[in-house]
Design a protein around this ligand. Structure first.
Ligand SMILES: [Mg+2]
Length: 352
């Protein structure tokens, strides 16, 4: 992990060490200090009986991290890239936002299984000319979210990037053995639900890319800049055995619903008018329905259930948007009952 991999793989370490914004060892030491600065916060949470930081037997500073997952649990692992020019732009996204969103992607996948995060691992490749304050901001954003979601940064790797910032986050989570909520559990007759409101992130991105706004205040567009992974929601949906299948909305409703239907061998009908559309901007306005339908990176949860579902869980509203059908088709129904086929390629097309 930190240090050892770097020295083993780099033919001329001296060059790389001095080309990085901070010498490699200093950068790692700095990250380690930050992580240890977060540790007292985790200890407070532990005293309240809700979390044990002792999952991490050995964190940053040795060849490997040693983790101990709770007995009777399955370990869940997810990995996500955050690439400059693909997932973020340095002129649009402040470093704190990039760090936050980098970890949020991984945490959202853990939430989508009804699991709880334990630890994260960060591999970071940085251009030689990147200002150190950018790296500091990135870490601040990432570690703030880590502390809030009781996740410890337990290791990683750093290197010089020839072109742009590349971050890869691995998140480890745990869930009671055999109890993770899969994409494959949807059955005909189950109702279809989403958490929160959809479309804010894509609509914000659209504002930025249309050139109508060169810069947006992140605080005014929190869904895009500081999305909150639905960890508490996912956990309740699993514990109360409410969700039969679940997925997070990282690539947009139409695409993610397609994944659930494909894995479960079913189809679905969605009431277009029922989809809860987000409100963004100053003053706030409801987003266009194509953003709610196809826009990615909202990190809300999409799930199916054969049972009555509460209107709110962990303070977040839940909305019924349709049902699962035996016929393997995705249909979008309008207010007068006309139907048209819902195509999962929406977001990909939209992104281009
Ligand atoms: Mg996912």
């Amino acid at each position: 992990l930190w240090i050892s991999t770097f020295l083993a793989l780099t033919p001329s370490p001296a060059y790389h060490v001095f080309a990085l914004p901070l010498p490699e060892r200093e950068l790692i030491a700095r990250i380690r200090r930050r992580v240890e600065g977060v540790a007292p916060l985790l200890a407070d949470v532990a005293r309240s009986g809700k979390f044990s930081p002792r999952h991490i037997v050995t964190g940053i500073g040795d060849d490997c991290s040693i983790l101990r997952i709770p007995p009777g649990s399955d370990a869940l692992i997810t990995t996500d890239f955050s690439l400059e020019g693909v997932h973020f732009r340095r002129d649009w996204h402040p470093p704190e936002v990039v760090g936050h969103r980098c970890l949020a992607r991984g945490l959202s996948d853990i939430a989508a299984m009804g699991a709880e995060p334990i630890a994260a691992f960060l591999s970071l490749a940085l251009p030689a000319k990147l200002p150190q304050r950018w790296v500091d901001g990135f870490l601040r954003g990432l570690l703030n979210l880590a502390a809030r979601s009781k996740t410890e940064l337990a290791g990683g790797d750093t290197a010089e990037s020839p072109n742009g910032v590349l971050a890869d986050i691995v998140v480890l989570g745990s869930v009671a053995k055999g109890r993770a909520i899969l994409r494959s559990g949807a059955r005909p007759g189950d109702a279809l639900y989403v958490t929160g409101e959809l479309g804010a992130s894509a609509a914000t991105l659209n504002l930025l890319s249309s050139g109508r706004k060169a810069k947006l205040r992140p605080e005014a567009y929190p869904q895009h800049f500081f999305p909150v992974p639905r960890i508490a929601m996912g956990k309740v949906l699993r514990e109360k055995r409410i969700a039969s299948a679940m997925i997070d909305l990282s690539d947009g409703l139409s695409t993610e619903l397609f994944h659930i239907c494909e894995e479960s061998g079913v189809g679905a009908e969605v009431q277009e008018g029922a989809i809860p559309r987000a409100h963004i901007g100053e003053p706030k306005r409801e987003v266009d329905s194509r953003f709610a339908l196809h826009g990615g990176e909202d990190y809300e949860l999409l799930f199916t259930s054969p049972k009555p579902v509460p209107a709110k869980i962990a303070g977040v509203p839940i909305t019924k948007i349709g049902r699962i059908t035996r016929k393997k088709k995705l249909l979008l129904l309008d207010s007068v009952g006309r139907s048209r086929e819902l195509r999962p390629a929406g977001w990909e097309h939209f992104r281009s």
